[in-house]
Design a protein around this ligand. Sequence first.
Ligand SMILES: [Mg+2]
Length: 230
Amino acid sequence: MNYKNIFIDLDDTLWDFHANAKSSLHEIYDNRNLGQFFDSFEQYFSIYAKKNVELWEQYGKGTISKEALSLERFLHPLVQVGINNSELAKQIGIEYLDMLPSRTALVPHAKELLDYLYPKYPLTIVSNGFVEVQYKKLHSCRIEKYFAHVVLSEAAGALKPDKQIFQYALKLNNAIAAETIMIGDSYEADIVGAQNAAIDQIYFNPQSTPDSTNNATYQIKSLEEVLNIL
Ligand SMILES: [Mg+2]
């Protein structure tokens, strides 16, 4: 297939969300001397990370509000060690959201991939993230210059996997679905989403998470492998 346009997800496809979240929390942990309550940062982070995943699932199902998610994920680790301090949890949450988008860790080979694709194709970010946060990330790690367009759900009026956000991105590029391919790490949002819009897909699945329903056009474990496809 001769592709003429590349769509690409940002979080955990290019920008290393996990590493950046961890380093932000580590800095807050040190600044706020949370070591007085926990055995180690690793202990704190593992309690946080487990709860965070659960809360995002509940938020996705609509059983908790965004405010509850924002507070509870930072309050829970404190409560686990006997510190029921919602004011502290709230402050940690504010600092975290402020710090996170200025972090610069990229997924391995992301820069190399962008350098390779940039001269060959117009590249478009397609992301469900918030406008302010996503532009700050692109700017912090100096990759904004690679993109012809940045399509975020707020502007498109729809979230991945809704085909509307992909159709919005096609229109911006004056492109057609048959000549476009989407690269992303979320099977549900990126792969199923692109399929909904009849766009081919490269599923970036570094952990090789088995998924019986996986019928992505291509599947890769490392971003380097894109160089063999495009
Ligand atoms: Mg992602």
